[in-house]
Design a protein around this ligand. Sequence first.
Ligand SMILES: NC(=O)c1ccc[n+]([C@@H]2O[C@H](COP(=O)([O-])OP(=O)(O)OC[C@H]3O[C@@H](n4cnc5c(N)ncnc54)[C@H](O)[C@@H]3O)[C@@H](O)[C@H]2O)c1
Length: 319
Amino acid sequence: MSEIVLVTGGAGFIGAPTVARLLDAGHEVVVVDNFSVGSLERLAPLRRHKALDIVELDLRDAKGTAVAVGEIGARSVIHLAAHHFIPFCKAHPADTIDVNVGGTQHLLDALVPVAPERVLFASTADVYAAAPFPHVETDPTEPDNIYGMSKLMGERLMQFHSERAPKTDVVNVRFFNAVGPGETNPHLVPDILDHVRAGDELPLGNTDTRRDYVHTEDMAEALARLLGGPDGSFTVNLGTGVSWDATDIVHFMAQLLDRTLVINTDPAKVRRSDRQNLQASARRLEMLLPGFRTKSLRETLASTLSAEGFALAPAAVPA
Ligand SMILES: NC(=O)c1ccc[n+]([C@@H]2O[C@H](COP(=O)([O-])OP(=O)(O)OC[C@H]3O[C@@H](n4cnc5c(N)ncnc54)[C@H](O)[C@@H]3O)[C@@H](O)[C@H]2O)c1
């Protein structure tokens, strides 16, 4: 059987480090992406790898997807391609359903004759009903926006697929908030970085909402390891188990850069329907991947700042 891993959305923010990790682990990788948000440049450092192939394809094109995915003939699949930025999704609900639900079903249809051993689906913490405590995978789901709804539908499509194609295990991976260099969408951390580049005053929106921030390298590592098992179909959170708010992020950045950073609330950026806390229970992930450890937020921010070209204060760099 083919050893190929097909990564949809492999030219994106989480996709590029995932592809790098898979290549490092010795996999052959085929990236499928329409480059609407991701880009070839993100994969430029990896293009010398003979084991990497890149296919430009829009998953909304059912026929094109059937042909390309049939030719690739992957042994396993990581399905990351999606519309992901929530304000965009809210403003473009039909397009969001088209890509996140229709595109997912086109991919699954194309995978029936291929019968890969495993498909990992990039779901989201946004599928959960809002709660102040860490989410376990059995918690009730109740997305409060079109993006979360599209991902919950994607999870269900995965379950239906495992009934239709019983040789394929499906793993719904509920990602919490990704952090790392080169973020594609204007989330909180890239917004803070832009302001930190410009000066010490940071006009931010909600500063007290708490999120569980995971380095994209840790996401890539977890995905690479989940490809290898354990067998069966299941759902798992991909989070650190700890939540932080914007003031914590700014506090760590100030320490790491040895600067005095001041937050000014910008009313135009305050989101009304924000969840107060979105935090994973990481127990299932830790049980499934013994020894797997996520970076602390401070480590994640130090690595992100360095990769983004900031000079860390000497005291912040480990001896
Ligand atoms: N970034 C996060 O914090 C986060 C959190 C939860 C879940 N996720 C999920 O993880 C996945 C990856 O997220 P990301 O942050 O890397 O996003 P991203 O926007 O950087 O990557 C998505 C990739 O999919 C591609 N794409 C979009 N529509 C496509 C289509 N119709 N056909 C083919 N390719 C298409 C884009 O060009 C891009 O390269 C997404 O499914 C997202 O919903 C991300």
